[in-house]
Design a protein around this ligand. Structure first.
Ligand SMILES: C[S@@+](CC[C@H](N)C(=O)[O-])C[C@H]1O[C@@H](n2cnc3c(N)ncnc32)[C@H](O)[C@@H]1O
Length: 276
């Protein structure tokens, strides 16, 4: 069967089906698909085909009665694009400002959350930056990086920690040497010392946050897909989970309205929690 957009079996979304998906994904996962009708049709075509459905009506009613199919749906609907050294200024700021500030407070623990970690480049990059900044002092520090995403497919790739050589072109040669291992298949894998610092789990940012507190939260290029009010609510939840003196990093192309932002503005995309 031909499921390409030009093919006769390409299934068009009816208005009420499109509205249902927009409402469901927006309400449950925050992702605003209201302008993405073509994207939904293109990405779900293989879901319909693989499950033998001839209409979205059939597919959506299966989704409602089969929560296990939701993961597969989310894997299609989410955009997991990521790469090493993306927005490198954040890793520089972490190394040059955040870690020395924490060390100056005589603290030697560091708890970081990579929220919307996708395929792992971001949390591994954070672990590399921390290791590189601490140098020989690393062994006297307790460092933990929680990395979460709603997409199980992205998390599976992240846990595997294997990347093609082309992904390393933006990485400093000493980081490649220190933190990546070449595999027989030509790909590179993040080394054990870096991998063991990062704990991956599935988590939907629309759900209530667990009580853990963080020194630094990265949530970059995630809320760009959310409506402003949804992002604002999530930023307020991040604030509740940020330690005094801690930081929030968002993507360079994202913004937070100044009037509702509980954090203190440091520079574009970097925010500080200071209450005292
Ligand atoms: C474009 S990637 C960004 C990855 C990384 N932070 C970066 O900047 O390279 C966005 C990620 O956000 C995740 N995401 C979207 N909505 C989410 C939600 N409600 N809860 C958790 N993760 C979500 C997607 O699955 C995707 O992997």
């Amino acid at each position: 069967m031909d499921f390409s957009e030009s093919g006769s079996n390409f299934v068009r979304l009816k208005d009420d089906e499109f509205d249902y998906i927009v409402k469901f994904v927006g309400g449950r996962y925050g992702i605003d698909l209201s302008q993405k009708r073509k994207l939904i049709e293109a990405r779900l075509a293989s879901e319909l085909k693989n499950n033998g459905f001839k209409s979205y009506e059939q597919y959506l009613s299966m989704l409602q009665s089969n929560p296990a199919a939701i993961d597969s749906f989310l894997n299609k609907i989410t955009t997991n694009y990521s790469y090493f050294n993306r927005e490198m200024e954040h890793y520089d700021f972490l190394m040059r400002a955040v870690i020395p500030e924490i060390a100056a407070r005589k603290k030697n623990t560091l708890s970081i959350w990579s929220a919307g970690c996708s395929t792992g480049e971001e949390p591994y990059n954070i672990a590399m930056a921390v290791d590189s900044a601490l140098g020989i002092k690393r062994s006297s520090w307790s460092v933990s990086i929680t990395a979460t995403d709603v997409s199980t497919r992205a998390l599976t790739a992240a846990r595997k920690a294997e990347y093609p050589e082309s992904e390393l072109s933006s990485m400093a040669p000493d980081w490649v040497k220190n933190y990546m291992t070449k595999l027989p298949n030509g790909n590179y894998q993040v080394c054990d010392n870096i991998r063991r610092v990062v704990a991956f789990s599935q988590f939907n940012l629309m759900d209530p946050f667990p009580p853990h507190m963080y020194d630094v939260i990265f949530c970059r290029n995630v809320m760009i897909y959310f409506k402003q009010a949804t992002s604002q609510a999530i930023i307020n939840k991040f604030y509740q989970r940020t330690n005094e003196g801690g930081y929030l990093f968002i993507g360079h192309s994202e913004s937070i309205s100044h009037s509702d932002n509980p954090y203190k503005y440091v520079k574009p995309s970097i925010f500080h929690k200071v209450t005292k």
